[in-house]
Every structure is written in structure tokens, then in C-alpha cells.
Design a protein around this ligand. Structure first.
Ligand code: AMP
Length: 415
């Protein structure tokens, strides 16, 4: 089976790494990255339009295509592939609006009585100011369209909210600030059936203790203990099933959840896998992922089941100095082999082959991923491997997974 992966980050390397473990699978990626190039064929992308991806799929003779990032989905790549009879796993353009427009997503949630933060959509500054009066502080301001993780501001004070109004242009969602623990809940959907992945937690802020500006994600861990069975059931019944029923959703439906004192509420929808959540998810998944994706693309997820390794997996992102602001590329990378010799798996994100061999080529450079029988062991193994890797200016958080350890401690104390 030839599988084409659209994208070239850590998420896509993790998917490729898992998929080549399925019998008879060969991997193509557009554009891919140097990590994927070690296990598959990377194809240059002309302009990122649905047509450009179709011609790559034709050329590769892809039996199945899986989409990593949101932009091609919002541009209608799934509709274009289906119109040409090509199998692809992802949502059509209409369903991709759940991620492409915050206003659309919030209206959808409200109409369907799916729990989410109270909000108003505003088109101008006067209405925005009125909305700020209504919610008090902290308050959350969100740009309507795709913003690569940069379109959300949590304003603690009116001054911060005014500052945000000056930078976030166009339509905005202004919403109530929710308190609780965040969980990434991702399910494979085939238009009718739903197959949930294990729960994960991302770490968005750039510095330890969730401080500093938000990034694409500085690390994630996957651990079944993040949600109880009752919480999983509640998210499925109140969020995932109603959404799939209403939209006939196909692909990865990612609900960013806040576990509040009033129950789980939706912070946002994504219509694809998360990055870096995919890295620990693929690392922990025991099932044949290629078979499951094909079943998803063919509408056959009914009765499908996923098996997981029992222990948690942890991914620590190694970033360039300055990220998420301006950063420099072209720093030589060393130590990946030593990290992998310790049993970790190192996923490439922003890397390239340059004059010095493997070099940095992005804000998030690598995702060092390891597992263990318990969360403490998985975290220790991941950081032991991280210490083998070097590039000038390398920055990473030293507390990935710590929230999970607190959970274990609280439970132990409480019982
Ligand atoms: P979003 O892209 O909508 O998930 O927002 C990015 C991040 O902002 C989330 O992962 C949360 O940490 C935070 N956030 C978004 N909406 C809210 C909210 N209503 N209350 C508290 N935090 C929020």
C-alpha cells in the first residue's frame, strides 16, 4: 500500500514512522523532511493547492492520502481528491470550517447545545469594547480565521485587551475565560463511526510553568490516566457524536477541551491531528495504523478497535532560540543517534540537510519521544535522551508531563 502524507513537520514524521511499521506499506510525503526521507520518498510541493497535491498523488500512485496540516483541508483538498476518485482521510471543505472559522465553530456549538464558553462575535471595535464590558477579566479574544496558533489572546486586564484589539484585525470572537485542565481529545471519524484516540495534553506556552507567549506546542504526553472512563464517555456523548452526526465528519476530529468544574467544555475544534500530540500518540499506539486509516477512508470504522501500549509516552520539543518570535536557522544538529541509542525516538520538525549536514530550519526543530511503565519513567527517559542532542541556542521546557505527575500525587493523597 502506498500512502501519501501531506505536510512536513513533526506530526507528519511521527505518522510516517508509525505507518511504515505496517506490513507492505511504503511512504511518500509532500514535502516531507529529512527524518521522513530516511524511511520514505519526499516529493517537492509546487504551490500547496489541492491540484498540486493531486498531481503528486497521481505521480506516486498513492492508494491512500492522509492530511497533516489544516491549510490544505480548508482549501478543499479532500473534495478535490474525492472528485477524482482518490482515497483520502480528512474532512471536506465544509466540515473544515470547524477549524477555519472560529465564528462558524462557536455558532455550530451553540446551535447544537454542545458545551463551550459563552461568547459574542464582533465585527468592529465598538462592539468589541461592549463585549469586554460584558465578560469582565480575564477575557479571551480570538481572530476568526486560521492564524497558526497566533490568533488567541487571553487578556488579564482591560489594557491587555485594548492592546489585543489593536493587533487582532477583522472579525473576532470574544469569550468567557474558562478554568480547568486542558485535554486534547482526538477521534478518527468516517462520517458515521467514531474511534477515539487516547487522551493527550499539550504544553502551549514557551517557558516552564506555562509562562511566556503561546507556541505551536512545546511538548505533549499521552497517558490513559488523563481522563477517567466517565469523562471520556461524556466527551464522546456531548461533543464528538453530535458533531459527527451533524457534519458527517470524516478524518481526525480534534476537540480541545477544558475540564471545568461544570463538566467538559469545547475550547476549539481542529480538523486534523495535533502537533506535538501526534508524536506521543503514534509512539504509544500498538495497532496497525495503516489498516485503521484505510478503514476510515472507506467508511469502515464500525467495530474497529485500537490497542495501546500500557505505559505513557512523552514528547519534548527542542526549539530554536527566539521561537516563537524571530529565530535563526542553519545551526548544526548533533546527538540524535546517541539519543536514539538510549531508546528514544527523535522526530524531525524544522530540519534540513545543509552545508554542515543536518541543520535547524524552523522554530520547532525536533521532538524527542520516549515511553515507560509509568509517567515518571517516561519523562526521565525523554529528558535523558534530550541531553544527548545539541544545536546552538537549543531551547526546551523542562516540565513536560509534570501536570500529569501532579494528578497521580493528588489521587494518591486523596485515596
Ligand atoms: P484555541 O486556539 O482556541 O484553542 O486557543 C489557544 C489556547 O488559548 C488554548 O489552548 C487555551 O490555553 C487558551 N484558551 C482559549 N480559549 C480559552 C477560554 N475560553 N478560556 C481559557 N483559556 C482559553
Amino acid at each position: 500500500m502506498r500512502i501519501l502524507i501531506l505536510g512536513g513537520g513533526g506530526r507528519e514524521h511521527a505518522m510516517a514512522w508509525k505507518l511504515v511499521q505496517s506490513p507492505g506499506v511504503s511512504i511518500f510525503a509532500a514535502p516531507g523532511n529529512p527524518g521522513i526521507a530516511q524511511i520514505g520518498t519526499c516529493c517537492p510541493v509546487a504551490d500547496g493547492s489541492p491540484e498540486s497535491f493531486l498531481s503528486i498523488a497521481d505521480h506516486a500512485g498513492a492508494d491512500l492520502t492522509v492530511v497533516g496540516p489544516e491549510a490544505p483541508l480548508v482549501a478543499g483538498v479532500v473534495d478535490a481528491f474525492r472528485a477524482r476518485g482518490r482515497k483520502i482521510f480528512g474532512p471536506d471543505q465544509a466540515a473544515a470550517r470547524l477549524e477555519g472559522s472560529k465564528v462558524f465553530a462557536k455558532s455550530f456549538l451553540t446551535q447544537r447545545h454542545i458545551p463551550t464558553a459563552d461568547f459574542v462575535a464582533v465585527d468592529n471595535e465598538t462592539d468589541a469594547r461592549r463585549a469586554l464590558d460584558r465578560f469582565g477579566f480575564p477575557v479571551v479574544l480570538k481572530a476568526d480565521g486560521l492564524a497558526a496558533g497566533k490568533g488567541v489572546v487571553v487578556a488579564q486586564t482591560r489594557a491587555e485587551a485594548e492592546q489585543a484589539l489593536a493587533t487582532l484585525k477583522g472579525r473576532l470572537v470574544i469569550e468567557e475565560f474558562l478554568r480547568g485542565e486542558e485535554v486534547s481529545f482526538i477521534a478518527l471519524c468516517d462520517g458515521r463511526n467514531v474511534l477515539p484516540l487516547a487522551p493527550t495534553q499539550d504544553h502551549k506556552a514557551v517557558f516552564d510553568g506555562d509562562t511566556g507567549p503561546n507556541t505551536g506546542g512545546m511538548g505533549a504526553y499521552c497517558d490513559r490516566a488523563i481522563l477517567s472512563e466517565a469523562q471520556t464517555r461524556e466527551i464522546l456523548d456531548r461533543v464528538i457524536y453530535p458533531t459527527v452526526e451533524a457534519t458527517r465528519f470524516t478524518g481526525f476530529l480534534y476537540a480541545g477541551m477544558m475540564m471545568t468544574a461544570d463538566g467538559p467544555k469545547v475550547l476549539e475544534f481542529n480538523v486534523r491531528m495535533g502537533d506535538p500530540e501526534t508524536q506521543p500518540l503514534m509512539h504509544r499506539l500498538a495497532s496497525d495504523f495503516a489498516a485503521v486509516l484505510m478503514a476510515g477512508a472507506e467508511g469502515n470504522l464500525g467495530g474497529a478497535h485500537l490497542a495501546w501500549r500500557p505505559g505513557p509516552s512523552v514528547c519534548v520539543v527542542l526549539a530554536s532560540a527566539g521561537y516563537p518570535g524571530a529565530y535563526e536557522s542553519g545551526r548544526a544538529i548533533s546527538g540524535i543517534e546517541s539519543a536514539e541509542a538510549l531508546g528514544a525516538t527523535v522526530f524531525h520538525a524544522g530540519t534540513r540537510i545543509g552545508a554542515q549536514g543536518l541543520e535547524t530550519a524552523g522554530g520547532r526543530v525536533l521532538g524527542v519521544t520516549a515511553g515507560g511503565d509509568d509517567l515518571r519513567t517516561a519523562i526521565d527517559r525523554a529528558y535523558e535522551a534530550v541531553r544527548q542532542v545539541h544545536f546552538d541556542g537549543m531551547h526546551y521546557r523542562s516540565d513536560i508531563g509534570r501536570k500529569g505527575l501532579r494528578r497521580y500525587n493528588e489521587r494518591t493523597v486523596g485515596t
